[in-house]
Design a protein around this ligand. Structure first.
Ligand SMILES: *Cc1c(COP(=O)(O)O)cnc(C)c1O
Length: 389
C-alpha cells in the first residue's frame, strides 16, 4: 500500500483521502452509543481499504481498546507496526502462524477441535499459553462451533488445556447473520442461542474476559446485543451498515474516505461518437468528454459501467460506457472543465459529491465492497492525523 503524507494539493492521478479526524469522531460516537461495552476496531482487509495501521492507531487514540482482523497475518502486521493492546483474529486454516500469534500476544479464535489442537501444540512450543476465544455458531452458518456435542467437546478440551496452563480462554463469541435487517427473527434466535452457549461454557468453568456478538448494525441498533464488547468495522469508517437502518448522519457518523481523480483529458466530440470498449455509450449529440484515470484495476467496479456517479466541476456526471482497467469516461455535456480538474467519485457528500452508498446502489452491491476494493495503486492520503485541541 503506498502511503502519502498529507499533502492535500499534490497533483495525483487518483487519491483516497482518509480523514482520521472523522474516524476518531466516529469512534467517539460509537462509544457513546455502546456505554458499558468495550469497542473493538475491526481493521481487517487493510482497514476496509482505508489503511489498517493508521486507522487502528486513530481508533485506539479515540477510545477503542481492542483491534480485530480476519487473518493472523493481518494481526501480526499490526503488532509489528507497534500497536499495543489486545488483538483478535478469527480466520485460520491448518498450518497457520499459531506460534507467532501466541508469541505476539494475539488472541486466536477457535471454531473447532482441529484449531484447538494446533493452538495447544504451538503454545507448548512457544512455552507460553495461547489466548484463545471460542467462537460459537449461533445460527450464521459460517465459521464457529455448532451448539450441542461439538460445543461441549470444544469447551471441555479448552478447559483441560487451560488447567494445564497451555491456553487461557479469554473470550466467548459469535456473529450475526441479519443484524442489518431490523426485526429479522434470526436476531432473537441467535441471541437466545448465544446466551445458552455462554451459560453452558460458564457453568463448565470458563471465565472469559469478554463475551461478544455485535457487529456495526447490532452496535448501532440493538443495545441488548452489546455484552462486554462490540466489534465495529464499517461504522468506524463512517458508513451505515445498510441504508434501511439509516444514513451515517442518523448515527452521528461521517464517511472517512474521499476518492478522487484528476481529469486526464477533456475534449470535444461530435454526436454519434461511441465511447469506450464495446461502444455501449454513444454521444447523443455534440458534447465534451472527460477522461477519469481510474478503472477496475483501482477497484472501480466494472458494474459501474453506465451507472457510477462522479462530481465534476459542481455537477454530477455518470460513467459513460464501460469502466476499463485503468480509466473511464464521463460525458460533460459541453462543459469544459480544465484538464486536471478534480473528479470526486465519492466522499462524505457534503460538498455535493456522491457517497460510497451511491456507488453501491449504482453497482448493485453494498458500500462495504465499494471502499474495501479500492486498490493498492491508489495512494492513501491521510489528513487530520493529529488530535487537535
Ligand atoms: C467483519 C466482521 C465484523 C465487523 O462487521 P461490520 O459490519 O463491518 O461492523 C465483526 N465481526 C466479524 C466476525 C467480522 O468478520
Amino acid at each position: 500500500m503506498s502511503e502519502t503524507a498529507a499533502e492535500p494539493t499534490a497533483p495525483l492521478r487518483a487519491r483516497a483521502e482518509i480523514d482520521l479526524g472523522a474516524l476518531r469522531a466516529n469512534v467517539r460516537a460509537l462509544r457513546a452509543r455502546t456505554p458499558g461495552a468495550a469497542l473493538m476496531a475491526v481493521v481487517k482487509s487493510d482497514g476496509y481499504g482505508h489503511g489498517a495501521v493508521p486507522c487502528a492507531r486513530a481508533a485506539l487514540a479515540a477510545g477503542a481498546t481492542w483491534l480485530g482482523t480476519a487473518t493472523p497475518e493481518e494481526a501480526l502486521a499490526l503488532r509489528a507496526a507497534g500497536l499495543p493492546g489486545p488483538i483478535l483474529c478469527w480466520l485460520w486454516v491448518p498450518g497457520g502462524p499459531w506460534r507467532q500469534a501466541i508469541e505476539a500476544g494475539i488472541d486466536v479464535s477457535l471454531s473447532g477441535m482441529w484449531a484447538l489442537r494446533e493452538a495447544v501444540a504451538a503454545a507448548r512450543a512457544a512455552g507460553r499459553p495461547a489466548r484463545v476465544q471460542l467462537k460459537a455458531d449461533t445460527g450464521l452458518g459460517r465459521n464457529g462451533c455448532q451448539p450441542g456435542p461439538d460445543w461441549a467437546e470444544l469447551v471441555g478440551e479448552a478447559l483441560r488445556a487451560e488447567a494445564e496452563g497451555l491456553v487461557r480462554v479469554t473470550g466467548l463469541w459469535s456473529h450475526f447473520a441479519c443484524a442489518d435487517e431490523p426485526g429479522h427473527p434470526s436476531i432473537t434466535a441467535q441471541l437466545d442461542r448465544f446466551r445458552e452457549m455462554l451459560a453452558y461454557a460458564e457453568e463448565q468453568g470458563v471465565r472469559p474476559e469478554v463475551r461478544h456478538i455485535a457487529n456495526s448494525p447490532a452496535a448501532l441498533t440493538l443495545p441488548e446485543t452489546h455484552f462486554d464488547l462490540v466489534r465495529t468495522g464499517i461504522a468506524l469508517y463512517g458508513i451505515s451498515p445498510s441504508p434501511e437502518l439509516g444514513t451515517p448522519a442518523d448515527f452521528g457518523l461521517r464517511p472517512v474516505m474521499t476518492l478522487s481523480a484528476s481529469l486526464a483529458l477533456v475534449k470535444h466530440v461530435p454526436g454519434g461518437h461511441g465511447v469506450s470498449y464495446g461502444h455501449h455509450y454513444v454521444t447523443p449529440g455534440e458534447t465534451t468528454l472527460g477522461l477519469v484515470p481510474v478503472g477496475y484495476a483501482d477497484g472501480i467496479p466494472r458494474h459501474a459501467s453506465g451507472a457510477g456517479p462522479v462530481l465534476v466541476d459542481g455537477k454530477w456526471r455518470t460513467v459513460a460506457g464501460r469502466v476499463a482497467m485503468d480509466q473511464f469516461v464521463v460525458d460533460l455535456g459541453g462543459d469544459e472543465p480544465a484538464v486536471g480538474s478534480e473528479a470526486v467519485l465519492f466522499g462524505p457528500g457534503d460538498r455535493g459529491e456522491p457517497t460510497a452508498e451511491d456507488w453501491a446502489q449504482a453497482c448493485g452491491t453494498i458500500a462495504y465492497e465499494i471502499v474495501t476494493r479500492i486498490g493498492t495503486r491508489v495512494p492513501r492520503v491521510y489528513v487530520n492525523g493529529e488530535e487537535i485541541g
